[in-house]
Design a protein around this ligand. Sequence first.
Ligand code: SAJ
Length: 426
Amino acid sequence: MKKQEKKTVCVIGLGYVGLPLAVRAKEMGYPTYGLERDAKKVALINKQKSPIKEEFLEHNLPKFPIIASTDEKIIKEADIVLICVPTPVDKNYYPDLGPVIGATETVVRNLKKGALVVLESTVNPGVSEEIVAPIFEKAGFKIGKDVFIAHCPERIDPGNKTWNVTNLPRVVGSFDQKGLAMAVEFYKNITTGEVRPMRSIREAEAVKIVENSFRDINIAFVNELAKSFDKLDIDIKDVIEGASTKFSFMPHFPGCGVGGHCIPVDPYYLIERAKASGFDHKFLRTAREINNSMPEYTVNLLQTALNEIKKPMKGTVVGVLGIAYKANIDDVRESPAIKIIELLKRHQVNVLTYDPYILEKSTEKNLAQLLKKSEALILVTNHAEFLKISPQTFKTNKIKVIIDGKNCLDKNAIKKLGILYKGIGH
Ligand code: SAJ
């Protein structure tokens, strides 16, 4: 790890991935620019204020300020360009490479000859060769001479207190040895973790899709077990704890759905690309179907519980605890809460919401207000604030039904108070 004096870095996309990377590059001595289309974000970043509520950024951005701009001409200065734009799916779960294509075209318009361009966005094997490279070649750039292209899949886990851009292990692939060497050198200056060169850029693309699909299928496994064990009066939470005593078991946990910009999205990139080559990823598709079914399963648990106490869904006031896709962050992308709220409204439930990290999307501005008004609750996100609610508080607020979408509340204490509790297989 050595401080860099000369090479200039430009990060394209200053979100959960790009902004920490830019801050880290600056910390390691690279003059660092950030190209971001959202002018409000650019203004905040240039005042060293993080647009994202995230400890690493709020702590480090003021210490290692970068120059953010909406003007693509800042790429002209860069010896190293890092593309960190989203790779979402559309409403039919079809991959949307629009942001990657747009960013690549922007780089081509402004590229400094001989620069290294690294795609960090998660993509399926083949995108660098079939989508990114042709854009450079069509513009007359010779890859391996006028431009060096590499892929180093991002591994940022927002809010993770242990792993961040400074220590995450990375894999890197390129079209040529010089590009690989340039990229490996850069990332060795960024992370204290292992930097593993892969035999090809396609293998580097495959690594990230594999690690996230692995997580998705394992979550689907326990979600399916939760549904099955619910009918067998077996508590999946106890069973997972029991199985975890086995040295090789890797616990995953059932819940009301799988959200985020990675896990529920990345498998579709492989499913669709493999289909184009004549292979059907039945297993990955089935896992996605199981995980996508959990919001409806959760709402059905509420309907059953309300019916048990002779209350209809229609008109009942139901408080949704949490909108974010996971605990203690403010990210709603692909959050199960979105589907759950939509389904509740379809049942003409009177829906209230509260998320301490996303007050602007919450109908109630504090927890007490939501609890006071609600007759039933669905916990979607296991934010720390919700784990602190005492069972007596539910009783005092006359909550009759609790659906615990993350199996994180005190089931026995709640049931003892005569409140109807249902978890996910728990
Ligand atoms: N979830 C479950 N059961 C589990 C684990 C997660 O239902 O056992 C749900 C979460 O509630 C959430 C979704 O899945 O809705 C995704 O959760 P996540 O913990 O995987 O969080 P992410 O989406 O931030 O995943 C990131 C990923 N990082 C990148 O893609 C760069 C992923 O690779 C990491 O494995 C993951 O963090 C992690 O391990 O924390």
